[in-house]
Design a protein around this ligand. Structure first.
Ligand code: FE2
Length: 380
């Protein structure tokens, strides 16, 4: 098993029989209120490296865009320069968030014709963009809310990101790499819409169901959600989809939908090979995590359930890292507080040891922690 297979749980897959082959993630594109400062945060706190840039100095008078990378993960953060930029209205409505989960595909036209036949909304038709580094072919499909999937074939391109971008490095001192790849990206959709979007990913994009969590598994006294997971052929791209379930009080998914003004990306899980070092490095830079109560670690049921893991439970407890085990192995995970002003988007850090799951056994402990924060915000 390669390091990447182990890190994000890849499986063998034959692209030639896939109606919509997806190689992996291309980029997560964000719209933010201040891309200049967000790019700094991603470098200083998350150890990402600046690779490319587009803005007024390069002829883009509409917005600034910074392209950052950590291992296999690429983020693009865009913020309006022109007060009349369409990004202003988008940001006004949603706040900071992910607008595009761009995917790398070997054949843009084949994917788009399959998607069109199966009912997709094509936002951008397949087209080429070229500069001195070659040609990128891409197209875009609509998904939940105002989120899209740009499909990108950059096999004939050697530039730093896309035509129109220049190579640019940061002046920030490069620290150690904090995470290696994107593991999964979670979408929150409205009550009753989860199955519709699961069906969309299966029918339109050839994804398959991975796992299912419903009802009691993830209910707490007050709030609940339902979640299903779809993945592409090789499992590099995994999309859990959540919808609120009825509880005694307002679900955390409802809080998200209210503050994001509709469906959107809830959290991005970042894969790391050493979650202890990652959490220590992030904490040292001021990143805040959801606290895990000591009772989580003191529960004899937890100790029995998780069995042997690579570090003493006390080391996990000191950092608030959660553990889950299934038939394939175990995983270690932790969640940040929202990284935006609105209680919407947050990160997860995940270290997999064979488990292909998403921490189902931790949902209850996690939700109780989220609810304590929701209550503090006056939104429970
Ligand atoms: Fe997750």
């Amino acid at each position: 098993m390669t390091i990447e297979q182990q890190l994000v749980g890849l499986i063998e897959h034959d692209d030639s029989v896939d109606p919509f082959p997806v190689t992996g993630w291309d980029a997560l594109v964000w719209v933010v209120g201040n891309a200049t400062q967000c790019a700094h945060f991603l470098q200083s706190a998350f150890g990402m490296r600046l690779e490319a840039y587009s803005g007024p100095e390069t002829g883009n008078r509409d917005h600034k865009a910074y392209v950052l990378r950590s291992g296999g993960a690429r983020f693009v953060v865009r913020g309006a320069v022109d007060p009349d930029s369409p990004l202003v209205a988008h940001h006004d409505r949603h706040g900071d968030g992910v607008v595009d989960i761009a995917l790398e595909v070997p054949d843009v036209d084949r994917c788009v014709s399959w998607a069109r036949e199966h009912g997709a909304t094509i936002l951008v038709e397949p087209h080429d963009e070229s500069d001195e580094f070659g040609t990128v072919r891409s197209a875009a499909l609509a998904t939940y809310g105002e989120t899209r999937h740009t499909l990108v074939d950059r096999s004939a391109y050697a530039g730093p990101y896309l035509p129109g971008y220049i190579a640019r490095t940061g002046t920030h001192r490069p620290g150690p790499r904090i995470f290696q790849a994107i593991d999964h990206v979670v979408g929150n959709v409205e009550l009753g819409m989860m199955d519709r979007w699961v069906d969309f990913y299966r029918r339109v994009m050839g994804f398959t169901n991975m796992a299912e969590f419903v009802g009691d598994d993830i209910a707490t006294e007050y709030s609940a959600l339902m979640s299903k997971v779809v993945a592409n052929g090789n499992h590099r791209v995994k999309f859990p989809l959540n919808e609120p379930a009825v509880g005694r009080k307002r679900s955390q998914i409802d809080e998200y939908l209210d503050f994001y003004r509709g469906p959107g990306v809830q959290h991005i899980a970042l894969a790391t090979g050493d979650i202890l070092a990652t959490v220590d490095a992030l904490r040292a830079e001021g990143v805040e995590f959801l606290p895990t109560p000591d009772t989580y670690y003191e529960d004899p049921e937890l100790r029995a359930r998780i069995g042997h893991v690579r570090v003493p439970v006390e080391e996990l407890q000191r950092r608030g890292i959660l553990v889950d085990r299934d038939e394939d192995g175990y995983l270690l995970q932790i969640f940040t507080r929202p990284i935006t002003d609105r209680p919407t988007v947050f990160f997860e850090l995940i270290e997999r040891h064979g488990s292909l799951g998403f921490g189902k056994g931790n949902f209850k402990a996690l939700f109780q922690a989220i609810e304590r924060e929701q209550e503090a915000r006056g939104n429970l």
